[in-house]
Design a protein around this ligand. Structure first.
Ligand code: GLU
Length: 414
């Protein structure tokens, strides 16, 4: 049976703890999110009727610093999913070596079904409801699936109005005009590109002979098509919720962007043949980048994945059952908590710039991002090679060990 995200996150932690012989008390602390808040979010719809949505904010861990993590607007959001995503943020921040714990938030809503005014009211009320939990020194939200920089702007404004002064450092992924960082918008995709480059180099593969398939054409997938093409790879397939396109000779990033801007989807793009979302995962390619939802590569399709390398742009796209099959088949999985940490890393830069009220140029952001990602890649690979374990386990061990060390150093209160 396919694991839920929370079951996956727990089983990864349990396995890492077993391999590294983690103290059972510390293991127990890390299995339990520090705090989970469920809020009712009532808003007035444009029709005048009142509707109540459910929202969550989970702080998994704050031992290494304020908690950090995105806010997701999606109809399938559950508390368990948010807990899993928060735990993954803890490891992700520790692996990148940035001074944060992990958090995540979510609202059970289809944002596309709301008007812009309704979306603003929902965001402001949710921000007010989780207000006691967030702040530049407590917990710093950011965009995730279904949220964007405008939504971050409304959260910043709501929090600032209640505080009585501007607090740009309360969220990251904001518009530039109110304290956002250059490079944040495409940072996750840029990080995926740096990690792809490092992986290909490590394997002695030629970039210009590397065929890439990308599942998801949103905030991560769309810029990744362009950046990986710029790197020299041949992006042969891409898909969104409606379906996908495939061209073994490569897809044009600008053509795809223009088609998506016109039609709202990559489906029907004349530069390739139509495929389904399921077919994309099994398309002939060298590198597969899942950049959509969790639980996409499972025991039901892992056997048919043709790629030799999977670079996880999404959070939790591969279940533990699929991980085991892929490992047997010799497929390298570069895990989410390493591969997609470019987003939170530039979020960290944004927060630092906000706190200092001193802003950097884009080259500086990208250079510092590259340095952090390449360092994290080497740190994880060293553990994988030394212990002869899969990369996900090595990354989890690195994250858990850094959090555990901080925990032991601080000691247990009271
Ligand atoms: N939502 C992104 C992630 O899952 C970014 C989080 C952040 O920037 O805080 O990593």
């Amino acid at each position: 049976m396919t694991s839920s995200a929370w079951e996956s996150a727990l089983s990864q932690l349990d396995e890492a703890s077993r391999i590294m012989n983690l103290d059972p008390g510390v293991h127990d602390v890390l299995r339990n999110p520090k705090r989970s808040l469920t809020v009712a979010v009532p808003i007035k719809l444009d029709s005048g009727l009142v509707k109540v949505f459910t929202g969550y904010r989970v702080h998994h861990n704050t031992t290494r610093g304020p908690s950090k993590g995105g806010i997701r607007y999606h109809p399938a959001v559950t508390l368990d999913e948010v807990k899993a995503l928060a735990m993954w943020m803890t490891w992700k921040c520790a692996i990148a070596g940035i001074p944060y714990g992990g958090a995540k938030g979510g609202v059970v809503v289809d944002p596309k079904a709301l008007s812009r005014d309704e979306l603003e009211r929902l965001t402001r009320r949710y921000a007010a409801e989780i207000g006691p939990l967030i702040g530049p020194e407590r917990d710093v939200p950011a965009p995730d699936l279904g949220t964007d920089e405008q939504i971050m702007g409304w959260i910043m404004d709501t929090y600032s109005m209640i505080a009585g002064h501007s607090v740009p450092g309360v969220v990251t992924g904001k518009p530039l005009s109110i304290g956002g960082s250059l490079g944040r918008g495409e940072a996750t995709s840029r990080g995926v590109m740096y990690i792809t480059e490092a992986t290909l180099k490590h394997r002695g593969a030629k970039v210009d002979e590397t065929r890439v398939a990308i599942q998801g054409y949103g905030k991560v997938g769309a810029p990744a098509v362009r950046l990986l093409t710029e790197l020299g790879c041949i992006v042969v397939a891409v898909s969104d919720v409606n379906g996908g396109v495939y061209n073994p000779r490569g897809l044009s990033p600008t053509g795809l962007e223009a088609h998506r801007d016109d039609t709202g989807t990559v489906v029907g793009f004349e530069g390739g043949e139509s495929i389904t979302n399921e077919e994309l995962l099994e398309i002939p390619c060298d590198v597969l980048v899942p950049a959509a939802l969790e639980g996409q590569i499972t025991e039901n399709n892992a056997e048919r994945v043709k790629a030799e390398v999977i670079i996880e742009g999404a959070n939790g796209p591969t279940t533990p059952e699929a991980d085991a099959i892929l490992e047997d088949r010799g497929v390298l999985v570069v895990p989410d908590i390493l591969a997609n940490s470019g987003g939170v890393t530039v979020s960290y830069f944004e927060w630092v710039q906000d706190l200092q009220a001193y802003f950097w140029d884009e080259d500086e952001v990208n250079m510092k991002l590259r340095r952090i990602m390449e360092r994290a890649y080497v740190d994880v690979l060293d553990i994988a090679e030394e212990r002869k374990i899969p990369t996900r386990m090595a990354a989890t061990i690195l994250g858990v060990s850094r959090v555990a060390e901080a925990h032991v150093t601080r000691g247990l209160f009271p």
